[in-house]
Structure formats: C-alpha cells, structure tokens
Ligand binder design. Structure first.
Ligand SMILES: [Mn+2]
Length: 328
C-alpha cells in the first residue's frame, strides 16, 4: 500500500537560524509533499527528483525566504513490475491510483490546515492526486478554483488515444473527467475541474488526438505561438482572466519541461523552443501577485539528465518566485 510518512516541523526548527533570515512573511506555511513517482513515464530517473530538490536545499531556501515549512511528507511509491509492461494502453494504473489516493490525502489535509501544499515530483501523473485533493477541498466549501497547467505537452491523452500508454501523458484528461475510471473516479466525483476553469500554457509538442481533445473539452490553450506573439506577461494576464473572476484559488501544475531544455536540461521529455529563464520566473511572479495560488506541483525533474543539479536549483528558485520572491 502507498503510505506516507510525516516528519513534523520540530526537526526543522532545531536547525540554526540562517544568518540572512528575513522577518516572517504573511504567506501560508508550506507543506512539502515529495512524490518520487516514475511509473507514469519511460524514464526511471524521475524518481530521483525529490532527492535532488533536497540537495538543492528546497526547505532551507523556503525558510530563508521567510516562510514556515510546516511539514515534509514523503509519499511511498511501489517498485512495481508494471513499469516494464510496454503493451498496456495505460501502464501501472492500479499502482498510480494508489499513489494518487495518498497524494490527494496529503494535499487536502495541507489545505485544511491552512497550508500551501507544494507537491514535488516525480512524473506528472502525480497531478491526478494533487488536483483531486485540491478539488475535494474546494468542493466541500462550495467554491471554485482555477487550474494553470504549464507544460511542453498537453498531457490530455487517454488510454484510448495514447501511443505509449504512459499515464504522465494523461493527468489533465483525467482531471477533466476523461480516462480510466480508476483514476477519473478518485474521491468519488468527476470532473475534478470544468475545462472552462483550466488553461494550458507553453504547449508545443502535441499528438494529433490531443489537438482534438483540446477542442473537444474546451480547455483554453496558450501555446508557445501565443507566448512568442503576445509575450508571457500578457499570456499570464489572459490566463488569469480566462479562469474567471469567481475563483477562490488557483492550482498551479508546473511541468519543468515547459522551460527550454537549454535552460532546464534535467527533464525526461525535453522539447525545444520553450520558456526562457526569465519567462518561467515571470509567469510565477505574476501568479504570486494575483494572491490566488493555493496549491502547486513542480514535476518531471529528472536528475539523470541534469547537469550539476542546475535544473533542480532552477526549480527551487521557481518555487520562491511562486511564493512571491521578486526582483525589487
Ligand atoms: Mn506534463
């Protein structure tokens, strides 16, 4: 069974106070949820993502920025033989469903506690769980939330359309209510979010069935063409307008492969022509300024393809931008 182990804040509090610690910010305490999930992709190195983020001192950097790290949770991922099954149209679905339950529990509990859950991958199939947890939280309050999905890919395949059978190409479809019932029906309701409150940003590498699916579902896409044409600042403003004025919060699902591989080489499925270093920061700075970000995924870090951990260090910096770090 997928289990989670919690380490409370006490061990963190015992560390020496950093010399340059700023006064506490008014932001919510952070829950770090580490998910070394690799079962949704083709590259086992994604399982090392959470460790690389710790090597890049993620919790320390968050505390130095003035936020409390309320908890660090490690989600167990089974080392299943399913991963070698190349024939399946939906690889490891029972195992990913099990992990998704644990991720959903952790994210929902963090939100209930008034914390900001940041889920660290691991492959993008973990968003099935994190979005289920966030959706469950907002649903109980009868409030709406928006979904900002940053990715080179659309992740909107289903077992019927996928060429690879890899579930990390399916989590957006699942969240919109399409795909294997074991994933779609998590938490007993579907869809987790209506397409009109979800946007895709930075896409550039799509399968033909994914184009149909984008049209069919009505999700709002901002491809790299729009980013090039309008600039990422304008695209982010349009994305915020698109999810509607009545959302109480945002879930940000940030696939690091949305960034250009020259800047972020440590990902499993690199695609040229992505966001620049500054564009990736700007998007998260602007979302932080909206004051709506309530849950975050940072996914697809693959240290096996990284260069001296620089992609992990970039991912840590991006999290700080999402928490409100700015140039001035
Ligand atoms: Mn993705």
């Amino acid at each position: 069974m997928a289990q989670s182990t919690k380490s409370g804040s006490s061990s963190l509090d015992n560390q020496a106070a950093p010399a340059k610690a700023k006064s506490a910010r008014k932001g919510r305490p952070v829950s770090l949820i580490y998910v070394p999930l690799f079962l949704g992709g083709s590259h086992r190195g994604a399982s090392m993502g959470p460790a690389a983020m710790r090597v890049a001192e993620l919790p320390e950097r968050i505390k130095n920025f003035g936020f409390q790290v309320a908890e660090e949770i490690d989600i167990d991922v089974p080392h299943s033989v399913c991963w070698w099954d190349t024939q399946s149209h939906g690889k490891c679905i029972p195992e990913i469903s099990q992990v998704s339950e644990a991720v959903a529990d952790a994210v929902e509990s963090a939100l209930e506690a008034g914390n900001l859950p940041i889920t660290i991958g691991g492959d993008h199939s973990l968003a099935i769980g994190s979005i289920a947890g966030a959706a469950s939280y907002w649903r109980k309050r009868n409030e709406q939330f928006g979904l900002m999905w940053f990715d080179a890919h659309a992740d909107i395949n289903t077992p019927d359309t996928s060429f690879s059978g890899n579930v990390h190409g399916m989590p957006l479809a699942v969240s919109l209510g399409k795909g294997d019932p074991k994933l779609v029906e998590l938490r007993g309701f579907s869809p987790k979010i209506p397409a009109k409150r979800a946007v895709l940003i930075g896409i550039r590498d799509l399968d033909a069935p994914e184009r149909d699916m984008i049209n069919q579902t009505g999700i709002t896409p901002f491809s790299m063409r729009e980013v090039d044409h309008l600039g990422l600042g304008r695209v982010t403003d349009l994305a915020l307008a698109s999810v509607g004025p009545d959302v109480s919060g945002l879930h940000v699902s940030f696939d690091i492969d949305v960034i250009d591989p020259d800047v972020a080489p440590g990902v499993s499925t690199a695609s040229r022509g992505g966001l620049s270093y500054r564009e990736s920061h700007l998007a998260l700075e602007l979302l932080a300024e909206s004051d709506l970000v309530r849950s975050i995924d940072i996914v697809e870090l693959n240290p096996a393809f990284d260069v001296r951990n620089r992609t992990a260090e970039l991912a840590v910096e991006l999290i700080l931008s999402a928490l409100g770090k700015r140039i001035l």
